[in-house]
Structure formats: C-alpha cells, structure tokens
Design a protein around this ligand. Structure first.
Ligand code: CO
Length: 211
C-alpha cells in the first residue's frame, strides 16, 4: 500500500462517517456555499485552517501561500479575494501567520533560494525594512522571527485594505472586517494581533474614488 492510498482510504471512512451522522450533509453542501470567512494562511502543513478553528466544510473560504502574503500582482490571491468578497460576500477576512514560520525565517537569511522563492520572499524582506529599527533591536533570533511574523500579518492586512475590492465592499456594504492572527505551533492557540474594521480610513494615497 502506498502512502497516498491511505489518504483515499481515510477519505472513504470520513465520507461514510459524515453520512452516518448527517445523511443530507453532502447533498446540502453540493448545492451552495455561504462561508462567512475568507482565510489567508501559510501553506505550512501544520496550520490547517479548518481543523484549528473547529470549522466544517462550507464555513471557510481558503487561500494559502508561503508566509501568508497579500501581493498586489498575485492574480491567484486577488481572484480568491474578489470572489470571496464580491460574490460570496464574506463578513471577515483573516490573515493568519504562525510563529516559527519557515518562509519568514528564510526571508531573514541571506541564502539564495533561486528565482521564484527569492521573488516571493522579497516581499517579506520589505516588511523587515519597514520595521528595521524595532527588529534589529531584538537579539534573540527566534523572538526576532516571531515579531516579524506578527508585523508581516499586519502589513498583509494593510495590503488588503489597499485593494479596490475591499474598499468597494467597505464603501457599499460596510464589510468585511480584516483580522490579523498568529497561530502558535507549540501550543495550538491563535493570538489576535491586529484588526482593521470595515471603513477604516487608510493612507489617502491608496484610496479610490467612485467605488
Ligand atoms: Co509558514
């Protein structure tokens, strides 16, 4: 038996368990999804959005990438954001980082990870530069990483607020609120670190007219 065969077997067990406790579960879900949340998290296998939040299929719309970044040229993320905010009308967008994030650590190093990863991690290096004074003052490397994890989450919320997708929904429907969280790999707990309520005034440089 291959390792991936176990996944198929576990899937069969899971599906039959669901039907046993709720016979119409799949039929109901197949007809519509009305998630209240968009989750933008790290791809790290130890941070599964639904399991750590106790949510069920249908409850969270999910996008994950290395170091949970919101990059304004990332068509993948922007499509997910647009669909979730404009069409699914989510009430909350959560950016969830995690302490000890390998992507953040990699960005703090001077290692050449070659083209694609260098491009991606450059976004995190820029966050470091914005907060250089505070971060340089932290001598313990793990503490420095964890603080950059928090500051990175904050910066990604700002990046969300700069998009016309979010500003249009704020203007017309007073949603979504933006939430910055950090998950602890060592204790399994989520720590809220930063929030931006719908409609918050941001730097006018990034504000759009006639939304
Ligand atoms: Co990570």
């Amino acid at each position: 038996m291959h390792s991936y065969d176990q996944l198929i077997q576990a899937n069969k067990d899971w599906a039959s368990g669901k039907v046993a406790s709720d016979p119409s579960f799949f039929h109901r879900l197949s007809r519509l999804q009305t998630p209240e949340f968009l989750w933008i998290g790290c791809s790290d296998s130890r941070v599964p959005a639904d399991q750590i939040t106790g949510t069920q299929p249908g409850e969270i719309f999910v996008h994950r990438n290395v170091a949970n970044l919101v990059v304004n040229t990332d068509v993948n993320l922007l499509s997910v954001l647009d669909y979730a905010v404009t069409h699914l009308k989510v009430k909350h967008v959560i950016v969830c980082g995690h302490y000890g994030c390998g992507g953040i650590k990699a960005a703090m190093s001077h290692e050449d990870f070659k083209l694609a990863l260098n491009m991606w991690l450059r976004n995190v290096k820029d966050v470091y530069r914005f907060h250089r004074e505070e971060l340089d003052a932290i001598k313990n490397e793990d503490e420095k990483t964890d603080r950059l994890v928090e500051l990175n989450v904050k910066e990604q919320l700002m990046n969300l607020a700069k998009t016309s997708v979010v500003q249009r929904a704020w203007n017309n429907e007073k949603r979504p609120d933006l939430h910055g969280w950090v998950y602890g790999l060592t204790n399994g707990l989520i720590k809220p670190v930063f929030d931006i309520k719908a409609g918050t005034k941001i730097d006018p440089l990034y504000e759009y007219d006639d939304l």
